[in-house]
Structures are given as structure tokens and as C-alpha cells.
Design a protein around this ligand. Sequence first.
Ligand code: EPZ
Length: 418
Amino acid sequence: MDKFVITGGTALRGEIATGGAKNSALPALAAALLTEEPVTLKRIPKVRDIRTMQRLLVDIGSSVEVDGETVRLHTPRITSPEAPYELVKTMRASSLVLGPLVARCGRARVSLPGGCGIGARPINLHIFGLEQLGATIHQSHGYIEATAPDGLHGSVVNFDRITVTGTEDLMMAAVLARGETVLRNAAREPEVADLADLLTKMGARIEGAGTSVIRIQGVERLTGTEHEIIADRIEAGTFLVAGAITGGDVTVTGCIPEHVGALVAKLQQAGASVTQPGDTALRVRASGRLRSVDVTTEEYPGFATDLQAQYMALMTQAEGIAIIVETIFENRFMHAQELARMGANIRLDGRQAIVAGPRELTGAGVIASDLRASASLVLAALVARGDTVIDRVYHIDRGYEKIETKLAQAGARIRRVE
Ligand code: EPZ
């Protein structure tokens, strides 16, 4: 298993480029199942989760051609409307094929995702929504089997809690359903709006994507198209924190500033300078000691849960006490223990983490646990005194493309060890 060896103490300087958004690419790849015509997607990041999804689509019956960051998918026929446990257990977002498969061929057999490090991750809302659209769902042997022999029909779906992939799954089911579907309390994440842009280019009729009420008029069929994925706001946010935690001067390019608005506000409240040198760039500078600032994670446009771990690392270096409240997932503080091993002063109390700073961090051997917790350890290592060895970096590779190369270009002393 690969490791990262990081020598802390260097202030990062220079530009770091943002890639395409993993969490936009995953539903976009699944959306290609909705048409028998070719779909070309651009700016697809070369990360593990994307490769897993591509493998799943090939098993389902798609041809997938990868040329750099461009992926060309063609699914003339669905040969196996299944998402097997072997794949789903490594990537819960495989449930994104559920809606497209039922919409395209009237049936799907998808393994229940099972939990992951950060929480139970049920898909009951995906199932509830599909039943509202007329699917019949059975659960057995760890799989759900959905059938809709007469096709799906429009309906009003009230989500009792906001779910990003649930909204995406149901939007993809509804675009070929008979009549109008209304999704209420829908997720407003930019990745939902990006998926709607793709589906609209394919001939879907969708209004309100990006707001909490999405209206979809079903159509007979969808056509192929070409679409470029939006920038990854979580990668961009991670690099902004890297600039701040090292007391450096980093310009993150190729990003969408408004998608990281909540993080920028917190960095500015903490005393960092964050400016926008261009439409797709953000520059962070932090010279003196930052102040501790509380944060509560919320659905978009609130502070992203996927940036909570990175922010916690930053707050270990800030002056004061920061209360971090995680409202989205029930177990998303696993990075706290590892940060504490590096010297951080963090107390956990249910959904709250109390971070007292500043505390000097020292390099240590640590283990990555989930994707964003791993990013948090990288950030801590960049400011720790001495060397840090991070094991199981495959967690990082799930969602960050060559993070060590990008950080090294800004001066980080980081290398991957096979
Ligand atoms: C998406 O996961 C992202 N993944 C996650 O990013 C992100 O953390 C999450 O949204 C929240 O923003 C992708 O987009 C591929 P949810 P998702 O459904 O859709 C509960 C990363 O690091 N829930 O919005 O699975 C659920 O347990 C990953 O890139 C139900 O109870 O998240 C959670 O507590 C990690 N029933 C809350 O809702 C359901 O049917 C939000 O989950 C679905 C969700």
C-alpha cells in the first residue's frame, strides 16, 4: 500500500490547479445509461471512484473509452442491470445507477451499500422516491431489486431530509417517467445543478435544479451529448486550507469561487486574506496567527461537511477555541484522533469537536481512514515539525488526483512511497 512521507514547515507559494468534480462526474457517468446514444464527458478526474464507476458501467453494458480527462460512453443496450456487492462495497455512490437503470430498462438489482467510515449511509430515501414514481422494490440477500414493468410515472416526492445522491438518483429516474415529477426539499449542491445541465443537453425538461424544488417533465427518450464537468469545490477548498495552514500565499485556479463561499467566509473571519484575482481563481494569504472560528456543517450553500476535516486541521493552529459541529454524518470525526497523535488538542462530544489552539504539531506515523479525513492529515503534516508518514493513501486517491504532485508544485515537501 502506498504511503505519503511529508516534511512539514514550508509555507506553500504559487498556483494549484483544480480538477473536475468527482461528485459531479459520478452522477454524470450514470446518466449516460439513460440513452442509447454516445455521451462524451470532459474534465473527468482520474481518481479511483471514477474508475470504479466506469468498471460498473462496463459490467452493465456500456462501452467506455477514456482519453485523458475525456470519457466517451455508449450504451446501446443494457445487458446486466446490476450493481454487484463487490463494487458497491468499495463505492457507495454506485447506487446512482439505480434510477437510470429503472428508467431505461424497467428493472435494477443493486447491492445495498453497507456502511462506511463516516456513517450508516442508508439509501432509504432513494428507494422511497422510486416507489413514489411507481417502482416496486424488494430487498433480499443484501440487494434491492426494483422493477417498473409499465415504466415510471411522475409524482411529488417529499424528501424528509436532504440527500445529494438521492436527489440525483430521482432526477435521473424522473426524466423518462410519464408526466411531471416534483422533488421537494431537494439538495441544492452545485453537482445537482451540473447533472441537470447535462440531462437538459440530452433533451430532458428540468426546472429549479440548484433550488430545493425541482420540476421534471418526463420525455420519451434522451439523446447523446457532450458536457464538461464543473470544477471540484472540495479539492479547491482543500488547497485553500493548505495555503492558510502553512502561512503561505496560494492561488487556486480553475475553480468556481461562489461554490466555496462558506469556507472563504470562515478563512476571512479567522484572519486570512482571501481575494479573487479572476473569475475562476481564489488567492489565500495567511502570515500571522489565525483566530479560532466556530463552524457548523450544513447542506449547500452552508459549510460543506466534506471540508470539515480539513478545517479542523487548520483550527489546531489557530488562537483560541473552535467548536466544530458536524450535522450531516454521525461519525465524521475519525481524523480527530490522528490529529491528536500529532499533538492537536481536540475534545469530542457527540456531534461537536472542541479544538483548542494553537498547538505545535509534530510529525508521526498516521493512518488514513476516509477520503476527507486523509486530506486533513496531509494538511496537518504540512505544518507539523518533522516527518509524517501517512499510510493507506488509497483513501486519498479515491477523490484527489495526484494531490502530492499538485502540493509539491507549490513547494510542499511530500512524496509517495510505494
Ligand atoms: C454525497 O453523499 C457526497 N458523495 C458526499 O461526498 C457528501 O459528503 C454528501 O453528499 C453530503 O454532502 C457524492 O456526491 C458521490 P447524502 P450522499 O445522501 O449523497 C442521510 C466525498 O467525500 N441519508 O446527502 O451519500 C445520510 O446518511 C463524499 O466525496 C439517509 O438517511 O450523502 C447522511 O446522514 C463523502 N437516507 C445524510 O442523509 C438516504 O436515503 C446526507 O447524505 C440518503 C441519505
